[in-house]
Design a protein around this ligand. Structure first.
Ligand code: SF4
Length: 333
């Protein structure tokens, strides 16, 4: 197969499936082409995202991988919505110390609608953060929502709504959850888009998914017009149904990133939870085969590595990309 044609063309589903079977030097060629696609459609900016787990645990949903589900004995800290002052402090630190471009407020919940008790507090927090800094993008990840609620969040200053598809829609009940459906997530993403928000949606590799399912998920993300696509690598958490799940091969994780880049072209592809634990020595390679965003300073219930190490790593990646002085700047935006 001529891989270079994918610098401009989007692979068909059959071609994408074929790409998942590449090995050896042809696989390295795929990585090179994916890197060129990233350069052509996204340039050399590397997005840095910091999360706050604003409300943790006791979620009524049964997502099989999740430490925050009430259905599993996972022994995590649980708390109600954090105070505004605490979130403001985290936001200021994310900008000053991490150089974050995106700050994401996450709550462990089935969903958010306008008459929820947390809604007005979240709106108040978003307004405060936006007023402190207009340039950093604010993301909300609050489960299922509707257009009216999404519009309220947008008016308060939220720029992006996150709801991960997690896996192929056809495998959702088998691999992810039974208390809601993939259609619920799709409806949320469409409502957010209609409300004028950008959408952030991706998934987890390592749930036992097939290549066919990975291709199905990629095309679903494309049809949604996903602006940001997080790729998480499963952390098998004790107490969840996935606690004994074997690890995904590194070459399969990197292939996923590269093929998603060829299909999604200009979306931000964000390397999220599990990068340090599973990719280890190969973490840098994910940014040489299509990724252009990463989460720093920890995830929802697991820690990341030291921020100094990540900032040095980001600087090295950008130099390897051949980034300009402007792209290299550690910006206090
Ligand atoms: S909805 Fe979110 S917080 Fe709740 S169990 Fe699923 S992944 Fe976890």
């Amino acid at each position: 197969m001529d891989l270079r044609k994918f610098i401009d063309e989007v692979p068909t589903e059959a071609e994408a499936l074929e790409l998942f079977n590449l090995k050896g030097s042809k696989l390295m060629e795929l990585f090179t082409v994916a890197n060129e696609v990233r350069e052509k459609y996204c340039g050399n900016r590397l997005n840095i995202t910091t999360l706050t787990n604003a409300k943790a645990g006791e979620c009524l949903e049964d997502c099989k991988f999740c430490a925050q589900s009430i259905h599993y004995a996972t022994n995590i800290d649980t708390y109600t919505l954090k105070d505004k002052a605490k979130i403001v402090e985290e936001f200021d630190r994310a900008i000053k110390v991490n150089g974050a471009d995106t700050f994401c407020l996450v709550t462990a919940t089935r969903g958010l609608v306008k008459d929820d008790s947390d809604y007005s507090r979240i709106v108040d927090i978003a307004k405060e953060l936006k007023q402190r800094n207009h340039n950093i993008k604010l993301c909300a990840s609050m489960g299922m929502t509707d257009k009216v609620t999404a519009k309220g969040l947008k008016e308060a200053g939220i720029d992006i709504y996150n709801s991960n598809l997690q896996t192929a829609p056809s495998a959702y009940d088998k691999r992810v959850a039974t208390t809601h459906t993939s259609q619920d997530r799709l409806n949320t993403l469409r409502a957010a888009k209609e409300a004028g928000l950008e959408i952030c949606t991706g998934g987890i590799v390592g749930l036992g998914e097939t290549y066919e399912e990975q291709v199905e998920m990629a095309y679903t993300l494309k049809s949604l017009g996903a602006n940001v696509v997080p790729i998480n690598v499963l952390s098998a958490i004790k107490g969840t149904p996935y606690e004994n799940q074997g690890t995904k091969e590194i070459y399969d994780i990197l292939k996923t990133i590269a093929i998603y880049r060829l299909i999604l072209k200009s979306s931000l592809i964000k390397i999220a939870a599990g990068r340090e634990k599973r990719l280890k020595d190969f973490m840098g390679m994910s940014f040489m085969c299509g990724a252009n965003s990463m989460i720093v300073s920890g995830y929802l219930t697991t820690c990341g590595r030291d921020i100094e190490d990540d900032l040095k790593f980001i600087d090295d990646i950008k130099k390897l990309w051949g980034a300009s002085e402007d792209d290299l700047k550690f910006e206090e935006i």
